[in-house]
Ligand binder design. Structure first.
Ligand code: SAM
Length: 232
């Protein structure tokens, strides 16, 4: 892919919190997979604010009792527990929308009703879509729309979407392509986030399975929406 001009921007470790038990005795169990973030050009859409996570600065605990100092065995590059304390002492504050989630994602693996065993979790696809696919884009020039971040002192919220162009021809949802569609987890995630999607799947049985799953999700969403009280 790199030889074809793709730019590698991240290698994410998907650390499975529920790895499949293994009976192997001569090696360690495989508990993670790599996710490569590749772009077509050095400048690209990336919505970090959509995937920020809450700041946490918890001192390490032993037997439920917090340590005042990290243990020496952690070494100079060990996982410090004083991140926010250091930032605070320097008079700086963390980003009010939360911190960068980093490139190790702890997410449980899943399968779809046992019918497709290599599905990835919808939550994993959702995080990738939120960061990498615009909510809206210009229907004419396709430039992504973006959200403003509004700060009120130490509090921040995400503001409304605004167009990145002057076309004034209206917007359409961003679109996600999964060329290895499987049981359609990408489509489930995309629809839950209001994005459009395209899927390519080699096996007709899996394509049918995915379509049944998507239809089921749409029906469930429709009945949930109908059950919601209408705003006056
Ligand atoms: C790991 S699964 C993807 C599962 C999917 N991400 C999900 O969560 O439902 C990979 C899928 O790619 C399909 N596949 C493999 N080679 C393909 C190809 N050349 N073109 C399209 N689909 C392919 C397989 O049949 C399989 O269903």
């Amino acid at each position: 892919l790199l030889a074809d001009g793709w730019v590698l921007r991240n290698k994410i470790v998907w650390a499975k919190t529920n790895p499949v038990p293994t009976s192997v005795r001569d090696r360690l169990a495989c508990t993670w997979e790599a996710i490569y973030v590749l772009t077509r050009q050095p400048s690209y859409f990336f919505d970090l604010d959509a995937v920020r996570i809450p700041h946490r600065s918890q001192p390490p605990k032993r037997h439920g009792v917090p340590h005042a100092q990290p243990e020496l065995w952690r070494g100079p590059n060990g996982d410090g527990a004083r991140g926010l304390d250091i930032i605070k002492a320097a008079g700086r504050v963390g980003h009010p929308l939360g911190k960068n989630p980093g490139d190790v994602w702890h997410i449980a693996s899943s399968s779809y009703r046992g019918a497709h065993h290599a599905t990835f979790p919808v939550g994993l696809a959702q995080r990738a879509i939120q960061a990498g696919c615009p909510e809206r884009r210009c229907a004419s020039c396709r430039l992504p729309w973006r959200r403003t971040a509004q700060r009120l002192g130490q509090i921040a919220t995400r503001g409304g979407l605004w167009a990145g162009c002057d076309c004034d021809t209206g917007a359409e949802p961003g679109i996600v392509l999964d060329p290895f569609f499987g049981a359609g987890s990408t489509a489930i995630a995309a629809e839950s986030l209001g994005r459009d999607w395209l899927g390519i799947e080699l096996k007709a049985d899996f394509a049918r399975l995915a379509w049944a799953r998507i239809t089921e999700q749409r029906t469930a969403r429709k009945s949930t929406n109908q059950a919601q009280p209408k705003a006056a």
